[in-house]
Design a protein around this ligand. Sequence first.
Ligand SMILES: *Cc1c(COP(=O)(O)O)cnc(C)c1O
Length: 498
Amino acid sequence: MELMYRSTRNNQEKVTASQAILKGLAENGGLFVPEKIPKLTLPLEELAKMNYQELAYEVMKLYLTDFTEEELKQCIERAYDSKFDTEEIVPLVKVDGTYYLELFHGATIAFKDMALSILPHLLTTSAKKNEVKNRIVILTATSGDTGKAAMAGFADVEGTGIIVFYPKNGVSPIQEKQMLTQKGNNTWVVGIHGNFDDAQTGVKNIFKDKEAAEELATMGYQFSSANSINIGRLVPQIVYYVYAYTRLMKHEGMEAGERINVTVPTGNFGNILAAYYAKQMGLPVEKLICASNENRVLFDFFQTGTYDKNREFVLTSSPSMDILISSNLERLIYHLTGDDSEKCKELMDALAQKGSYTITEEMKAGLADFFGGYTTQEQTAQTIREIYKKTGYVMDTHTAVAAHVYGQYKEATKDELKTVIASTASPYKFTRSVMEAIDTKYTGMGDLKLVDELSALSQTAVPKAIEDIKTASVLHDTVCETEKMLSVVKKILKKDQL
Ligand SMILES: *Cc1c(COP(=O)(O)O)cnc(C)c1O
């Protein structure tokens, strides 16, 4: 039977998986959610025998029911290939008794590659299925990693174009260089004078603008989103939690059914929501440990049941988590209301109008699956240093936030269950913060020198993504005010037509 998707803000809006992927966002700003979260159909013992691609098919087919077997398998093959520097795609590495699921072996050495290497294929397949003739223009706001990963995925994919907005002063130098050197005739990068939330709100406003949509349709374009609100991003992320579990069975002799914890360094709540879906599908997961940095809006939410974005925005050493509006939380809120789109819309309207909302006691009970924690930048640096000194393993700042929060959880609960930490970026992506955390002698050293020092110290090869930007030239230089985002988009597309 076909699995349909409904909007979190209007239960009447009902679409197929491919339509949800094409639209990105629902009509009134809601997010698409599956009518029912499917259960895993094969026993874990069977899934444990599969490689990443085979397992991806078994999980994704349960969500993308209007894709044929051939279509979906082709998308998977094109995505998870030699762009990844290891055949395993996501190695599970045991360090000091904890399991790190390394989600950073793709083209841009961060976890966004997991979904963004397949999204362009899901999208172009969806366009064909729905007889879309317009060129699809991806609009994306990025806190640093999504932008590059999305462009790498969409560059020169026929029938698509991509425009990325990022906070001009809110990403790391390496992240910025990675984006500004992006090749492809269909990629554009724009810096904005504002933070990530401004960029994200700006993009959402363009999506909601019916007049703009009509004007662009006459030019032969239609917008779609590659942000983590697209269901085509969420579904591929569920796969690696099932994969991690089955690798514990395969390599660590774990019995099917044993419960594990999952710890996720969280920003927009997409990655951890995928783990929540995996749990709902029947994967034996005990706690979903949600790790935040000093932008601890989620930690406070789990403590109090009040989500309040009215607070100072802090730029931290884990910039991909510097977020005050965690968009994907809306899907959890919707499920907590018992799939009540009116109630969910009420809460999201309150967030838009006053910047805060409070959930009911009944909904709060549903948060028992989660444990929230946060770290300061000092604790993050200390974690990187201590684990390196103890084991020789070097982790990036985002992963270190998760490792520290997991430590807090263990201390608070004495829970000894096996735990998987989502390791979301290569340390090479945040070299300066990582090296300065390890030893003050690296302070002030040049970026490229630090890369070589990291390679020597961790005894790992410099990833290709970093080698490439050493020599690449800057190809993009547009910067604008937040209010000007729509006019910049129009200008880009008008010029593109010439
Ligand atoms: C995007 C990102 C995160 C946060 O993931 P969400 O799905 O937005 O919660 C964490 N770490 C890194 C390195 C990221 O790029």
